[in-house]
Design a binder for this molecule. Structure first.
Ligand code: NI
Length: 183
């Protein structure tokens, strides 16, 4: 199985609306192949996170990989983290309002309010159960990717449809940085 056997699934495809299923122990080998393809497409397209349904695989898997890149110039750097069967356990009481983009929603950004911290239980690539507290941008990535596991996208979460803008307007007028080349 190669990364090119998968493609990024875009908004309107029913696979983005399905509920992802837990990864079973018997599926671990397959899941690690899927994770490799997820990482490939995330890096290829300049993402800072990706969920398995975004490459058409209905499993509860995500990668969080905050790092500065042309699509997210201000993202803090962290080691990529694969989460299997992630479950949010608790949320911070404080919210943050941030602009989000999505590899499955090319060309658009939306302003979304979410909790700015979350505690997550998940299995790592060795199948070990872990509990992790995320805050700031990594928490935002988690909550965005978790939505993909329950059939949601950021478009469902924008505070108002007035808060949807094109990438071109976002980079020129909001982020005020040179837009990255189109993928
Ligand atoms: Ni997304």
């Amino acid at each position: 199985m190669q990364p090119a056997d998968f493609q990024i699934v875009e908004l309107g495809d029913p696979r983005l609306r399905a509920l992802a299923k837990p990864v079973t122990e018997a599926q671990m080998g397959y899941a690690l192949d899927v994770a490799e393809a997820m990482a490939y497409w995330m890096n290829e397209r300049g993402g800072v996170g990706i969920a398995a349904p975004q490459i058409g695989v209905p499993l509860q898997m995500m990668i969080i990989a905050s790092r500065p890149n042309p699509r997210y110039p201000d993202a803090p750097a962290m080691a990529p983290l694969l989460m299997l069967n992630p479950q949010p356990q608790s949320f911070s009481e404080t919210n943050a309002t941030l602009w989000e983009g999505c590899l499955s929603v090319p060309g658009l950004r939306g302003r979304v309010t979410r909790p700015d911290g979350v505690t997550v239980q998940f299995s790592d690539r060795d199948g070990q159960s872990r509990l992790m507290e995320l805050s700031g941008f990594p928490a935002r990535i988690f909550l965005h990717e978790y939505d993909h596991l329950i059939g949601k996208t950021f478009v469902d979460r924008v505070d108002s449809v007035q808060d949807l803008v094109t990438d071109k307007v976002y980079f020129a007028q909001i982020a005020r940085v040179t837009p990255p080349p189109a993928p």
